[in-house]
Design a protein around this ligand. Structure first.
Ligand SMILES: [Zn+2]
Length: 475
């Protein structure tokens, strides 16, 4: 009798052990599936892709203002609630990161105002078409030409620059007088093509709002920002209707995003450099909220005067810029940079606040983050993702276009869950399930070993000791 019960006990323990290891193996299979996924490129070629940037669209505008068209759009696709962009959180660096997947130190457009020490040239937003500045990277509208795709760049920073001696198939240089309707009209024509020419496979479209109003009124001006965002939302409605009229809706992948957010500034939060340092001691390449300085003589002496200049400004020697900012390894990053705290403005002197709203601050600040919405046949429907990085958009777009991109700082693993047809599980949920199953099995096993086995043996012993005892458990 003892041998039989012991044998049954061993069988049960083995069974539990097998179930446990099977569950662990199954769980790891699911986790692996999440991380690895599958590739699906249609045999007839991928759908066209339209990338749209609404400059300066801070992520929380989506919660603060009613945007019915944008909400209608993302309920049919994917909403990324906020996107960590690249430092410095300015327009040109971030637009080039979106189409190259590179941090600013890697693509070379490190600011809106730059100085190149090798060529002694200056870069300004109003004077930016020298290929020298852009040739350290290659935007998607150029690389996609090598995949035999036609491409278009509508006023996106760099659109009209001969990058590696090429431009997109169709492009227009920046012209603030051209309305959103006109820009979108051109892009739609480029996407559909005409009888003689096939449509483009990739188009990038730039629009300067709500950035302009954000600078002018500040993001806390609910009345004025409300009017601006109503207009932006109307433009998104126009975009959808133009794509529908052209027969592209449902056939095209659309990504709507932005380059950075915006924060409120104040004349009460000015940092005056002249209070710490004579202007004859340095050349100022860029001013605020990240100042770039070239000391004229003793770098250490200049730095020492700046490092304790103001409680709300941090000074760095180039070599000491934190690694997380990815802003050290480029010759255009100047020997000293100064970073203002959120909402503070660096000026050389005086009491004039240049802008009521500004951006460019540390890219870890939520106010600097934009959002992203993606909709189309390649995307899941009704999906929400809390965060990705802006350098991830490039590998996502290469995947959508079934083409090899250039080396980049992003990863498809963070955006894979946006894609339809992927074996996608919520990784924290899966890990929670694995831990839960293991805990359950541990509890069951302990119960079995610690309670069930002694009771069985005791019962057996008791029966041996006193066979006449009718029912001792009732004592
Ligand atoms: Zn911008």
């Amino acid at each position: 009798m003892y041998i039989i019960i012991n044998l049954l006990l061993q069988i049960k323990i083995s069974l539990l052990s097998w179930i446990s290891s099977s569950m662990v193996a199954l769980s790891f299979y699911f986790v692996f599936s999440v991380l690895s996924g599958t590739d699906e490129a249609g045999s007839t070629g991928p759908p066209p892709l339209l990338l749209v940037s609404f400059d300066g669209f801070r992520a929380d505008y989506l919660k603060r203002f009613p945007m019915p068209n944008l909400k209608n759009l993302y309920t049919q696709g994917v909403l990324v609630e906020q996107m960590t962009n690249v430092f410095i959180t300015k327009t040109f660096p971030n637009h080039y990161s979106l189409v190259t997947g590179l941090y600013a130190e890697s693509h070379g457009i490190i600011a809106s105002n730059m100085y190149d020490p090798d060529t002694k040239k200056h870069f300004r937003v109003s004077n930016n078409t020298d290929p020298l500045w852009w040739n350290e990277a290659e935007p998607l509208w150029i690389t996609a030409l090598d995949a035999e795709y036609k491409t278009a760049a509508m006023m996106w920073p760099g659109s009209d620059v001969l990058i590696h001696n090429r431009t997109a198939t169709h492009y227009l240089p920046y012209n603030s007088n051209m309305t959103f309707r006109e820009r979108m009209g051109n892009v739609t024509k480029w996407l559909t093509g005409d009888g003689n020419e096939e449509g483009v496979k990739f188009a990038a479209l730039y629009w300067e709002q709500p950035d302009s109003s954000g600078h002018k009124y500040g993001p806390e001006n609910t009345t004025m920002m409300g009017q601006t965002l109503k207009q932006v939302d109307d433009d998104i409605g126009l975009l959808m209707s133009q794509l529908k009229v052209a027969g592209l809706w449902g056939q095209i992948n659309v990504i709507i995003t932005s380059d950075h957010g915006m924060t409120q500034c104040s004349p009460d939060r000015l940092i005056r450099l002249d209070k710490c340092l004579d202007p004859d001691n340095y050349t100022l390449v860029d001013v605020t909220p990240v100042a770039a300085l070239i000391p004229k003589q003793d770098k250490t002496a200049v730095f020492n005067l700046l490092k304790d200049c103001h409680l709300h400004m941090t000074a760095y020697l180039k070599e000491d810029i934190p690694e997380r900012l990815h802003y050290r390894n480029n010759r255009r990053v100047q020997p000293i940079i100064l970073i203002a705290d959120e909402g503070w403005t660096i000026v050389q002197n005086g009491n004039v606040l240049p802008r009521l709203g500004d951006h460019g601050y540390d890219n870890s600040l939520p106010s600097m983050h934009p959002f992203l919405v993606a909709v189309g046949p390649s995307f899941r429907q009704g999906q929400r993702i809390s965060s990705i990085e802006s350098v991830d958009v490039y590998p996502l777009m290469c995947h959508l276009l079934a083409m090899n991109g250039k080396p980049n700082n992003g990863t498809l693993s963070r955006t894979r869950c946006m894609l339809a047809g992927e074996k996608c599980w919520d990784v924290p949920l899966v890990i929670g399930l694995v831990v839960g199953v293991l805990l359950l099995l541990t509890t069951v096993t302990c119960e079995f070993l610690g309670w069930r086995r002694p009771r069985s043996i005791q019962d057996f012993q008791r029966l041996n000791e006193d066979e006449d005892d009718d029912d001792p458990l009732l004592e």
